[in-house]
Ligand binder design. Sequence first.
Ligand SMILES: Nc1nc2c(ncn2[C@@H]2O[C@H](COP(=O)(O)OP(=O)(O)OP(=O)(O)O)[C@@H](O)[C@H]2O)c(=O)[nH]1
Length: 358
Amino acid sequence: MATYEQQMPRRVYPLRVLGMGLGGVVVAVVLWQRQAAVGAWIGMVLPCFVWPHVAYRLARRSADPYRAEIRNLLADSALAAAMVPLMHFSLLPSVLLCTLTMVDKITTGIRGLWAKSIPAMLAGGAVATLFTGVHWSPESPLPTIVACLPVMALHTISVSVVSYRLIRKVSQQNLLLDELRRVDTLTGLYGRGHWQEEAEAALRRHHTRSEPACMLMMDIDSFKQINDQHGHSVGDEVIRAVAHVVRGNVRATDCAGRYGGDEFAILLTGMAVEEAVAVAERIRAQTEAIRLRDMPALRMTTSIGVAAAHPGHGTLRAWMDAADAALYVAKNAGRNRVTDSAAPAGAAPAAALSTSDR
Ligand SMILES: Nc1nc2c(ncn2[C@@H]2O[C@H](COP(=O)(O)OP(=O)(O)OP(=O)(O)O)[C@@H](O)[C@H]2O)c(=O)[nH]1
């Protein structure tokens, strides 16, 4: 597939034909008004109507079409400036052609091209003056003004359309980048950064509006063994399968994230702790029931610590520490269980009975 740079001659060609052609019409009106000699007409036709096709062929045949096109763009500037002495410095069309030429260089987005085009324009103007001599006739009669209007209008509209498309594309790509930043690529759950922002906001709402919120910190049990025995790709598959279970047990208003390696963090907003423990228990039970298609014998379990936000949690760190401590208790109590951070020390973890019964 042709790269952006290889496609450049093809993209510039129609724009150059249009731009130089419209410029040619303006110059033609000035030449017609002052009843110019044949030499002046040839000096207008060659750059305005022949050059765009020559430029296209030069760029297409070049081993480096991009560099060739940059040279062509500089030649455009020189040729546009050469029209100024040809028009006897008629003020409006001269300023118009030079300005549009410069705008075209700026809108290519090629760094420094507009600056390089200044000497090209000076050279173009100087060489043309050598041929035409200096004839100072700056006035712009009505037919010249009328000929300038379509060029002004068309050029302004086309530059605006190009800018509009560019802005749309950039904002779409920014949205995509933002999405990539927020989402963990392995699981499709939120990434750590976004999850933390959401948890901070939930804690603030808890402090200001007493809105309940619960956090589940969850870790796949003995995951290192799964990796060691079956390899990292099976480990990744396990992480994805557990993430699928998590996603199936949270509401659209909740925020489920992969906090790191085999650790997940789930924020359940507007939910009392009893209900959060029930959600955690469902996730635990469904994780235990996972069977991978290619490895049906592989078993996996998860331990979950639950912590409801309370006024004593001055920072997100404090809230997370409470959930982590509950997770630690679940791991120490034998894994594959749910523990509520508010449960009194030494009390049976929330799901201890259900797991030891099996
Ligand atoms: N396959 C895979 N492994 C990962 C990824 N990120 C981290 N790990 C591994 O996950 C393992 C995490 O192990 P730990 O959580 O420390 O320990 P564990 O074996 O799960 O033991 P407990 O948590 O005490 O039950 C380490 O071996 C990491 O190398 C990942 O994206 N993919």
